[in-house]
Write a protein that binds this ligand. Structure first.
Ligand SMILES: [Zn+2]
Length: 330
């Protein structure tokens, strides 16, 4: 918990914690801010086979295509004990040259089951586990068993999920995320169910000391409502748009509205590409690289200029994803 806060430092001094090591925030290149490169748990295999991502070779091909399209960094959004694999993420990063950020935190309760340990401990205990992933390395067993074996691959972001209205469990997890942020300075990436619940998440996290600009709200472009997006942006949090592969016209319209409203510095982009049928390498489409090619072209057609594209893809994520504590104290 000792000093070293770098929140006021220049972007050049700030780093993003990736699985192969810390990367200066101004060296990320084009960032995909909410990705799924590995999703492999018994529960996913049984209940959600359409999102099972267990093939490193396929991921290397998919991420390699993104690299060829100019992508420099991808944030893997799978938190603890629900299908994350730090070692495989590191292999994908090594083989493609793309920086990969891994997450700690907890996903929606549907990825665990009712009696899971994550709902039976207090926020301080959860926060200590999250902080250890950031500081010491992600558990090779992904907190699924009685043994914890730290890998050299550290988490750089805290991922949490809530329902449209936070449940008691959701509030416990948000509290833990806030404590882990205060301890490590890692930014907080949230899952907004059906794009909703973002305001309650920001209120809860900021009330516990997380600066709004360290919060990224995922999936909010599922809600095509300009007033909602203005309100979210007014909090100072980042809005992570990730429906571009599924509903490109809606997401492009929201981007245009946000730019018109003067909120271009609050948006980051991702694919949330968890579905097998979105991956080229698994026989689907349009492929994760399309965000950097086809969707980019669509935004250009809608009048988004190169400078704004760089804000959305490079400058905004560099600010949003940086550790807010000196890496040397972590
Ligand atoms: Zn996701």
């Amino acid at each position: 918990m000792s000093g070293g806060t770098v929140g006021r430092g220049s972007p050049q001094e700030r780093v993003v914690r990736c699985v192969l090591g810390d990367v200066p925030a101004d060296r990320l290149g084009v960032v995909y801010a909410h990705e799924h490169l590995v999703l492999d748990s018994p529960l996913i295999a049984a209940a959600f086979p359409h999102i099972l991502l267990d093939d490193v070779d396929a991921a290397v091909a998919e991420v390699g295509a993104c690299s060829a399209a100019g992508v420099g960094t991808m944030v893997d959004a799978m938190p603890c004990a629900a299908g994350r694999d730090a070692v495989r993420l590191a292999t994908i990063s090594e083989k493609t040259g793309v920086h990969v950020m891994a997450a700690t935190g907890l996903h929606h309760v549907r990825y665990y089951g009712g009696a899971h340990w994550s709902g039976r401990v207090d926020p301080g205990e959860l926060a200590a586990l999250f902080a250890a992933d950031v500081r010491d390395g992600i558990d090779a067993f992904d907190y699924t068993g009685p043994f914890v074996r730290r890998t050299p691959h550290r988490a750089g972001i805290v991922k949490v999920a809530t329902g449209e209205r936070p449940t008691a469990r959701d509030r416990l997890v948000l509290e833990a995320a806030a404590l882990a942020h205060l301890d490590t300075g890692a930014p907080v990436l949230t899952h907004c169910e059906q794009g909703r619940g973002g305001l309650a998440q920001v209120e809860t996290l900021t009330a516990r000391g997380v600066p709004a600009e360290a919060i990224l709200l995922s999936h909010v472009d599922k809600v095509v409502d300009r007033a909602y997006h203005r309100e979210l942006a007014s909090t100072g949090a980042y809005l992570e748009y990730d429906q571009g592969l599924r509903r490109p016209e809606d997401t492009a319209r929201l981007v245009a509205w946000m730019l018109e409203d003067g909120n271009g510095d609050r948006i980051v982009l991702g694919t949330d590409g968890a579905r097998r049928d979105l991956w080229h390498s698994l026989g689907g489409g349009p492929g994760l690289a399309w965000l950097a090619t086809g969707f980019r072209a669509l935004l250009r057609e809608r009048g988004v200029d190169e400078a704004d594209l760089r804000r959305l893809q490079v400058a905004n994520p560099a600010r949003a994803l940086a550790l807010r504590r000196s890496a040397s104290v972590l």
